[in-house]
Design a protein around this ligand. Structure first.
Ligand SMILES: NC(=O)C1=CN([C@@H]2O[C@H](COP(=O)(O)OP(=O)(O)OC[C@H]3O[C@@H](n4cnc5c(N)ncnc54)[C@H](O)[C@@H]3O)[C@@H](O)[C@H]2O)C=CC1
Ligand SMILES: O=C([O-])CC(=O)C(=O)O
Length: 325
């Protein structure tokens, strides 16, 4: 099982690489960055876990060497809150993946996820290697935040590891839609509706909370690495043949046999991408779950997510259309 991290020397890349090195199912870890990847790799290589670690820089075919033989590729390359720059970085890395590891599963962390996932897909389409079942936008941090904040509002932090709340839509602001009515642990009816509204807002804008607290030193890195490793760990287990693994992810709805028909009906729009709980298997997406029973208030949130999603997806698609690859 070869896992590769593109952007491995960054704020997310380093702790994410550490967590992947700690995963006993990973036998090879390829680290790539435009700076410092060999140093990070040697450091991690001293850890007594099975994975063989190698680090690569752009010269001497570094990207090709990192990607060759990859089963799963995680992309946290880019700059926090610089969507235009990240679009170009992700496009170029996708070209490399299409050439050197076209069958690998690709997990996109680089923001804006709502646009960078369509960018990877459009590059793969142009290169003739597109398979919607193998491209994932990582929205796990929203799910992790929902578990944490819901356990806090219930008043029992020890629940945070067992609380699960589906978070659907996309990964930015109002496109992040937590379905609190489907929380594994119901929110007590004594909680005021204004506190529920504040909880939803905190999940949707959790990224801003971290950016503000870091005060110029970037966005979420450690919690993102935790979330990225959690999602990658599930994908790896599914790749290894474990059945019944479900994780929310932002995917192309064509990945579902029905094209996400039920989901599109619930959303009320023929969207190409949406984040929803996804059933995973050895070939990637097996099924994208529909929303199921949600409250009227949640229906309003889903509707409110649609315009931003449409415009974010369009931006990603047209960015690649305009590019010469
Ligand atoms: N999906 C999500 O929930 C989240 C996504 N993010 C996004 O993750 C990305 C990375 O964030 P940080 O790690 O904090 O940034 P960072 O600036 O600390 O690290 C980014 C790394 O990418 C590398 N890089 C830049 N261009 C590259 C290229 N062409 N090829 C390979 N590596 C390249 C840089 O050298 C750097 O080491 C940002 O786009 C950020 O917005 C951040 C938090 C949550
Ligand atoms: O908000 C940001 O810039 C980083 C991010 O995606 C998050 O923390 O969810």
């Amino acid at each position: 099982m070869k896992a590769v991290v593109l952007g491995a020397a960054g704020g997310i890349g380093q702790p994410l690489s550490l967590l992947l090195k700690s995963n006993p199912l990973v036998t090879e870890l390829g680290l790539y960055d435009i700076v410092n990847a060999p140093g990070v790799a040697v450091d991690l290589s001293h850890i007594a876990t099975p994975a063989k670690v190698e680090g690569y820089l752009p010269p001497d075919d570094g990207l090709k060497k990192a990607l060759t033989g990859a089963n799963i590729i995680v992309i946290p390359a880019g700059i926090p809150r610089k969507p235009g720059i990240n679009a170009g970085i992700v496009r170029d890395l996708a070209v490399g993946i299409a050439t050197h590891a076209p069958k690998a599963f690709v997990l996109v962390i680089s923001n804006p996820v709502n646009s960078t996932v369509p960018i990877v897909a459009e590059v793969f389409k142009k290169k003739g290697v597109f398979d919607p079942k193998r491209i994932f936008g990582v929205t796990t941090l929203d799910v992790v935040r929902a578990s944490t904040f819901v356990s806090e509002i219930i008043g029992d932090r020890s629940l945070s590891t067992s609380v699960t709340v589906p978070v659907v839509g996309g990964h930015s602001g109002v496109t992040i839609v937590p379905l609190l009515s489907q929380s594994s642990h119901p929110i007590p009816s004594s909680v005021a509706s204004s506190d529920i509204d504040a909880l939803i807002n905190r999940i949707q804008f959790g990224g801003d909370e971290v950016v503000k607290a870091k005060d110029g030193a970037g966005s979420a890195t450690l919690s993102m690495a935790f979330a990225g490793a959690e999602f990658a760990g599930k994908v790896i287990r599914a790749l290894n043949g474990e059945k019944g693994i479900v994780a929310p992810s932002y995917v192309n709805l064509a990945a579902d046999k029905t094209g996400g028909e039920a989901l599109k009906k619930e959303i009320g729009k023929d969207l190409e991408y949406f984040s929803a709980p996804v059933e995973l298997g050895t070939e990637g997406v097996v099924k994208i779950r529909s929303l199921g029973k949600i409250t009227e208030a949640e229906q309003v949130l889903v509707k409110a997510a649609v315009p931003d999603l449409v415009s974010n997806i369009d931006k990603g698609v047209s960015f690649v259309e305009a590019a010469k690859l």
